[in-house]
Design a protein around this ligand. Structure first.
Ligand SMILES: *[C@@H]1O[C@H](CO)[C@@H](O)[C@H](O)[C@H]1NC(C)=O
Ligand SMILES: *[C@@H]1O[C@H](CO)[C@@H](O)[C@H](O)[C@H]1NC(C)=O
Length: 486
């Protein structure tokens, strides 16, 4: 400041200062006025399984239950493939479309962009029930592929979607052919070329198991053409194993490729750019029935059990799980496993069947830890399957251990709303993990070990980070003033 006065005189200095203040407050005002959605710069991709509208009672989820402020991207799941026309089609015209007095789900979701300009909305094609065979047929034929690319572009634009999410589960698998691997690259390439004419997003759900990755995906090639790869880091274990296992373990034994960490590290090793990888998080658990104690690896019946809302064997939504666990007379107990960041919940033994019911799932703490992992790996962000099984009505008590594995927080941030505890955890944990990462990157001087510590190491690193960013701010103010003078 002193130098500035000497060069430009007090008048010029004051004028510059008020200019600067106007600039700073103007920017702040603009960002306050226009800002909707998460405040961090990572992606939060929210799948909505739109058939959730048919669930009974408080399990029913409609687009009006969606909270656009908690996600950067929404994905409408699913549309289907009409192989006879090489075309995308609605799987539920009454829910999806407005025609013939339909409920217009596509446009109700994309309409949220008017009040929430940050939000990007994609349409997903595929899903487990669509199988693989018809997709395999489509991509094998260049004419059919070309027709599909044009038609799907028109379809996506007609309903005001921002893009398409490919959910073919999976190329080369479940009735697909070995050629799917290269044909899938061709499909993504041709979609990319067409989508670039309209600024549309192209993403894909990607299987997380090593076997599927090896056979289905030419990772460097598809990563060239896709904006984001949504890695489905769940269903590692389930009732089909006929023994109890973790749905989405963070880690596994060294030789075991069935873990979140293995999937992500493997994709990075194969050449996926971290900035295009999106870590998938399950808002559900896998269920088991066993006559043993109910520990991991105990033999189980191969079917599991179902919940009152989702009504699918072997599957329980987080909202169904937290409802059981917050019932003090239900007799369930939980165990946290630190190595995998998973929770195992068990019922008391049923006196008639002698069974113990077990569910392995992601609690808020699991979600927070996986967000931290994604941030550390410098991924684009996280994806959730799916928002409709979060505790979207806020019926359960919030978890108290959510940030136990974070260094820079002692207590969880206060929330104005109790609903969507898992989605809120994602957004809080993203900001907290970014702060931790920034604190870690501050170079602590070597003689710091000789200082008398004031507060924890984390506190010192934190204040160092603040000082560094303050320093950056001051130096950029000087740079600005300097450039204004010339
Ligand atoms: C694949 O296409 C055929 C022919 O249109 C159709 O009958 C079949 O249901 C499709 N498969 C799936 C799993 O949707
Ligand atoms: C709580 O669990 C008990 C025992 O399973 C059950 O009878 C009761 O209906 C449950 N309460 C609620 C509110 O679900």
């Amino acid at each position: 400041m002193h130098m500035l006065m000497a060069q430009g005189g007090p008048i010029a200095g004051r004028a510059l200062l008020s200019l600067l203040l106007a600039f700073v407050s103007g920017t702040l005002w603009a960002s306050v006025a226009a800002r909707t959605g998460p405040t961090h710069n990572k992606v939060v991709v929210c799948y909505i399984s739109t058939w959730a509208v048919y669930r009974p009672g408080q399990g029913a989820y409609s687009i009006e239950n969606f909270d656009p402020n908690l996600c950067t991207h929404a994905v409408y799941a699913f549309a289907g493939l009409d192989i006879t026309q090489s075309a995308i089609k609605s799987l539920d015209p009454w829910q999806d479309l407005q025609e013939e007095y339909g409920k217009g789900g596509y446009e109700r979701l994309t309409g949220l962009k008017r009040s929430h300009p940050h939000l990007k909305v994609s349409l997903a094609i595929g899903g487990w029930n669509e199988g693989s065979k018809n997709y395999s047929t489509l991509v094998a034929n260049p004419q059919q592929r070309g027709h599909f690319v044009k038609q799907v572009t028109g379809f996506v634009r007609k309903y005001n979607f921002d893009g398409l999410d490919l959910d073919w589960e999976y190329p080369t698998q479940r009735g697909g052919s070995p050629q799917d691997r290269e044909n899938f690259v061709a499909l993504t390439k041709e979609l990319r070329e067409e989508f670039d004419n309209y600024g549309l997003l192209l993403t894909s759900a990607i299987g997380a198991s090593k076997n599927v990755i090896d056979q289905a995906y030419d990772v460097p090639q598809i990563a060239r053409y896709l904006d984001f790869l949504h890695i489905m880091c769940y269903d590692y274990h389930g009732s089909w194993d006929q023994k109890i296992g973790y749905n989405a373990p963070m880690t596994a034994a060294p030789v075991d490729p069935l873990s979140v960490q293995y999937s992500i590290d493997y994709l990075l090793k194969l050449g996926a750019p971290p900035a295009k990888l999106v870590l998938g998080l399950p808002f559900y658990g896998r269920t088991f029935k066993t006559v043993s104690q109910g520990n991991v690896d105990d033999a189980s019946d191969g079917v599991g059990f179902r919940g009152p809302f989702t009504r699918e064997d072997g599957f329980l939504g987080y909202n169904e799980i937290c409802s059981i666990l917050s019932n003090k007379t239900s007799g369930w107990s939980t165990t946290w496993d630190g190595a995998t960041s998973q929770v195992v919940a068990r019922s008391e033994r049923n006196v008639f069947t002698q069974d113990v019911s077990v569910v392995t799932f992601d609690s808020s703490r699991s979600i927070a830890n996986k967000v931290k992992f994604a941030i550390k790996k410098r991924l684009a962000g996280v994806m959730v399957w799916s928002v409709d099984t979060d505790d979207f009505l806020g019926k359960c008590e919030p978890d108290e251990d959510t940030y136990n594995d974070f260094r820079l927080v002692k207590t969880a941030p206060r929330r104005l709303n109790q609903n969507y505890p898992l989605l809120r955890t994602i957004n809080e944990a993203t900001s907290l993990a970014l702060e931790e990462l920034a604190a870690d990157e501050v170079v602590v001087p070597d003689d710091s070990e000789n200082e008398i510590p004031h507060g924890s190491i984390a506190d010192r690193k934190n204040s160092a980070a603040t000082l560094v960013s303050l320093g950056l701010m001051i130096s950029s103010v000087f740079a600005l003033l300097h450039s204004l003078q010339h």
